[in-house]
Design a protein around this ligand. Structure first.
Ligand code: PLP
Length: 295
């Protein structure tokens, strides 16, 4: 039997708590559609997700992704996450992707069909695309004003800054704006001038022997890849800092990366068309470390 490359595990409808059954596994390419057109995932982007990297069958930063999924559920007033159920769903797909060096599984929980009490959940897995160019040559980024102050999560928690929601249309629009400006990716800046994050990544800079990243308190997603890299930094002789950074810190950095679960560490080779040094040896070490994680 050939193993399908697009795997879907549908979590049965559930109300306050998720159902005990781990759902059924289907080939997403050949089975009939599973999502109702009335689901608020489709009509309002009202739900949460996580994308988990799978290295040779091992979900990476697994506990951190599940903890962040639970945090997003709390922020959106969704039912509490049944961690065992979601863990089993990811493992079931990861197991079937174990022949591949790099794959990913996306888990999604939505508020369900409008007017009905049961949320919808599913896990989808597939093989990762090739990222050699981004991981070695790097990406050109532009700074884009997000239009929100860095204290947005305190002043306006209903904006859900820092939750991993399905409403990513703005993030996609930002990447299209970057492309219009001849770049590949974005670093968002708060309206009060603080560096934030990429549309699907965390910003990490190197200043001398230190790696630095902006704090989650600025309404950015707490990145699992950044946390793993910082935990490994001393093996590269580097200290770490989580602190406010401005555009000048990025322009003056010795190197910078956009880091994320599936693409891993993409060095930044220019910011608003001003070249930045690509630290090739450290980038290779980071990506080697990220690929080899088994938990
Ligand atoms: N920030 C945003 C907005 C993201 O969407 C992501 C990942 O998709 C990240 C940061 C990086 O998070 P992680 O390293 O956990 O993939």
């Amino acid at each position: 039997m050939t193993v399908p490359q697009h795997l879907l595990l549908v979590i049965p409808p559930h109300s306050a708590a998720l159902a005990e059954s781990a759902g059924h596994l289907v080939d997403a390419e050949v089975e009939h559609p599973q999502l109702s057109v009335l689901d608020v995932a489709a009509t309002r982007g009202d739900g949460i997700f996580e994308t988990i990297s799978i290295g040779r069958g091992h979900p990476q930063a697994f506990d951190a992704h599940l903890a962040r999924f639970a945090r997003s559920a709390r922020m959106l007033d969704l039912p509490a996450i049944d961690e065992t159920l979601w863990r089993d769903a990811v493992l079931a797909l990861a197991d079937r992707l174990a022949d591949h060096d790099e794959a990913w599984v996306k888990i999604v929980l939505t508020r369900g069909i409008e007017g009905q009490p049961a949320p919808t959940g599913w896990a989808y897995g597939t093989v990762s695309p090739e990222f050699r160019r981004e991981r070695t040559e790097g990406v050109d980024v532009v700074l884009l004003d997000r239009g929100l102050r860095s204290d947005v999560s305190t002043t306006s928690p209903w904006l859900l800054a820092g939750a991993k929601t399905l409403s990513y249309a703005v993030n996609r629009a930002a990447v299209r704006e970057a492309q219009r400006r001849g770049a590949d990716d974005v670093v968002f800046v708060s309206s009060d001038g603080m560096l934030l994050e990429g549309p699907t990544s965390t910003l990490v800079i190197r200043r001398g022997e230190q790696l630095a990243t902006p704090p989650d308190a600025f309404g950015i997603l707490p990145g699992t890849t950044q946390v793993d890299l910082f935990a490994a930094a001393d093996q590269w002789g580097l200290s770490t800092a989580v602190e406010p950074l401005t555009a000048d810190d990025l322009f003056g950095a010795d190197a910078a990366w956009l880091v994320s679960s599936v693409r891993h560490a993409a060095p930044v080779r220019s910011v608003d068309a001003r070249p930045l040094t690509v630290d090739a040896p450290l980038t290779a070490a980071m990506n080697g470390f990220l690929r080899a994680r088994t938990a």
